[in-house]
Design a protein around this ligand. Sequence first.
Ligand code: FES
Length: 66
Amino acid sequence: MRLSGPDDVTVRSCPGGPDLVRGATLVVDDDGVQHEVTRPVVAICRCDRSSRMPWCDSTHKAVRPR
Ligand code: FES
């Protein structure tokens, strides 16, 4: 995963949940697919179980961590 945006992009990992990314304008997933970011803060899935990858859809709350 790669993030693009202004110099002030920040990432905060939520224990057992997503990475909260602030200030990014583009997320490039592991397959090289680019996802435009239109919100000030987005949640990036870390559990690999979201049905809306790369975005967190809260599935992590219903499954055990891997
Ligand atoms: S971290 Fe939330 S669905 Fe994966």
